[in-house]
Design a protein around this ligand. Structure first.
Ligand SMILES: [Zn+2]
Length: 122
């Protein structure tokens, strides 16, 4: 396939109409190393004060790390030093507890939500 090099008709280059691939910001879960679109990951931030907390907005100041919205990843990250490495901080028991609590309360555990709703047997 021979293309005529530099034809006389100057075509405007650059902007093309039509669908262009959307750039979705990807983040890596520090536990499973999966790359996912940012919104399915939860940001954990080490604030400038050295506090470690969940950052639901994703825009808090400080060093951030990302975890899937999968409780397994949170457990893994808290058991290992993955999170501490990512945040370059040592997590004390309280901070770990808080993160674990967050995971327990906010992340869906498969097969665990069918019972919480409806009839209470007390
Ligand atoms: Zn993960």
């Amino acid at each position: 396939m021979a293309e005529p090099a530099a034809s006389s008709s100057a075509k405007p280059r650059g902007k093309r109409k039509g669908p262009r691939p959307k750039h979705t910001p990807q983040r890596t879960c520090i536990a499973c190393r999966d790359k996912t679109a940012k919104r399915t990951l939860i940001r954990i931030v080490r604030t400038p004060e050295g506090d470690v907390q969940v950052d639901p907005t994703g825009r808090a100041n400080g060093r951030g790390a990302y975890l899937c919205d999968d409780p397994a990843c949170w457990q893994r990250a808290l058991k290992s030093t993955a999170l501490e490495h990512a945040l370059k901080v040592t997590l004390d028991a309280g901070a770990k507890e808080r993160l674990r609590d967050f995971a327990n309360q906010n992340l869906s555990v498969p097969g665990d939500d069918a019972q919480s709703e409806g009839v209470t047997t007390t």
